[in-house]
Design a protein around this ligand. Structure first.
Ligand code: BES
Ligand code: MN
Ligand code: ZN
Length: 482
């Protein structure tokens, strides 16, 4: 990501100048007087009302910028981080849709302090993303940004934001990649690329997974020609924790023998969004040099039907020896996560955080506006909700009442992988995981509702959202007071 800092007067040539402004009381000093007058005229005549998320292009001649984009910030009193992100997002989207390559921001109305400019910039970056790897005419859109009048601490915060968003983009790229190009093996290769002095990456193949006794993970992968991989990353930036992050990494979820309806099945390439978020988080932790110890576990598999696939009614066991009756092969995520949770225990984690596109019921409950959070620790839940309020990645707590245990009772094994019917399936899925976690402070984030968007959102273009990368980093900051 190319970011530079400059004075407006020094700017040589730029495709567009972004000028965010409120409904009233704006500061135009940074602009040439004739431009300022023109803008004031527009506002006075009501041709542009500076409503949040609205933009208005203005052509100018004889300036190093042929275009000024008036970017609405709405009412000054209502301004907050999320609104700033949305405003930045609308400007970023305008530039992306027109493939404008060099973008300059004049932030005099936002204010140039760290807290004010960073969220606007974040929204602008997040919405500048595009995925065109598979278009014959490859036009990867990665604009250059210039910011005016940014100093000291703010500069640092802008640079950190850019690093964070790069990690969100890694996550989005992985999720958007179709399953024929992102098998468990290829996902492992992508993870290996994150290896460095501080980040060690290890990949277990099918034989090693079998030696570990991860029968549940194997069971999910059995119908596929693409073998499973257990991907483990260890980032050592400090001696805390460790926190173990587990990301659901089903590279394609057909449902297996309990096959899904074909309509919309193509989207099940995003069933590894949890794993992608975790990889993004490790990349960001390293880029931001966080002084903490993280372990990431991605149990990667493809869930396919086939002659050797797991059948409904089969019983599988996990590392801990607990047996699971597979009622529905489409409830595969929790099988892989159960084994990953058991595997995590050898690291003696301070916290286990899993993030997963686990249930369709998640969007039934919350639409596409929020992820669901479930935890066995009130303290951790509080921190997670606080982190979510900071990043704008909405998280809604759901209960894990003891009573849900009944729903998962099996006549023949220790537990079954689904409830008796669809009722409560968002929470019973989490309860299933809790049975494996036991006493370790744990947080489960179901992102099935938010990992993908079918329409452009204020700062998330259609497709993979990259939900979770910023949230996990904010949560780690919350936990360790960083
Ligand atoms: N990957 C799906 C959940 C999902 C659905 C994610 C839609 C994103 C969008 C998961 O593996 C699944 O199939 N869950 C089942 C569980 C059921 C069989 C108990 C579901 O939610 O339908
Ligand atoms: Mn499934
Ligand atoms: Zn799934």
């Amino acid at each position: 990501m190319k970011i530079s800092f400059s004075n407006l007067k020094e700017i040589k040539k730029t495709d567009i100048l972004l000028f965010p402004l409120f409904k009233e009381n704006n500061d135009y000093q940074a602009l040439p007087s004739e431009v300022a007058e023109a803008i004031e005229g527009l506002l006075k005549k009501g041709l542009f009302d500076a409503e949040l998320k609205k933009t208005f292009p203005l052509t100018v001649t004889g300036k190093p910028y042929p275009l000024i984009l008036l970017t609405g910030l709405g009412e000054k009193e209502k301004l907050n981080n999320e609104r700033l992100r949305e405003a930045g997002g609308s400007a970023g989207a305008y530039c992306r849709e027109r493939a404008l390559k060099s973008i300059t921001l004049e932030p005099s109305n936002i204010g140039d302090s760290e807290g004010q400019i960073t969220p606007f910039f974040e929204g602008m970056l997040l919405s500048s993303y595009s995925f065109s790897v598979y278009k014959s005419e490859k036009k990867t859109y990665r604009p250059q940004f210039t910011l005016r009048g940014i100093k000291g601490r703010t500069k640092k915060s802008i640079e950190e934001t850019a690093k964070l968003i790069e990690s969100v983009f890694l996550s989005r790229d992985l999720i958007n990649t179709p399953s024929n190009d992102l098998t468990p093996e290829k996902l492992a290769k992508k993870a290996l690329r994150l290896g460095s002095k501080k980040t060690k990456v290890k990949v277990l193949d099918r034989a090693a997974i079998a030696r570990e006794g991860m029968d549940a993970l194997l069971a999910v992968s059995k119908g596929s020609k693409n073998p499973p991989k257990l991907i483990i990353l260890q980032y050592r930036g400090g001696n805390t924790g460790p926190v173990v992050l587990i990301g659901k990494s089903i590279t394609f979820d057909s449902g297996g023998i309990s096959i899904k309806p074909s309509s919309g099945m193509e989207k099940m390439k995003y069933d590894m969004a949890g794993g992608a978020a975790v990889l993004g988080c490790i990349k960001a932790a390293e880029a931001l040099d966080l002084p903490i110890h993280l372990i990431a576990i991605l149990p990667a598999a493809e869930n396919m039907p086939g002659g050797s696939a797991t059948r409904p009614g089969d019983i599988v066991s996990t590392i801990s020896g607990k047996t699971i009756e597979v009622i529905n092969t489409d409830a595969e995520g929790r099988l892989t996560l159960a084994d990953a949770i058991d595997y995590a225990k050898r690291f003696d984690p301070e916290y286990i955080i899993d993030i997963a596109t686990l249930t369709g019921a998640c969007s039934v409950a919350l639409g596409n506006e929020a992820a669901a959070a479930m935890s066995n620790s009130e303290e951790l839940m509080k921190k997670a909700v606080h982190a979510s309020e900071k990043t704008g990645e909405k998280l809604w707590p759901m209960p894990l009442y003891e009573e849900y245990r009944e729903y998962l009772k099996s006549d023949v094994a220790d537990i079954r992988n689904t409830g008796t019917d669809r009722s409560g399936s968002l929470v019973t899925a989490a309860y299933f995981l809790k049975e494996f976690v036991q006493e370790i402070p744990w947080l489960h984030i179901d992102i099935a509702s938010v990992a993908w968007t079918d329409r452009d959102r204020p700062y998330i273009p259609k497709g993979a959202s990259g939900f979770g990368v910023r949230l996990l980093i904010a949560l780690l900051r919350e936990i360790y007071n960083l």
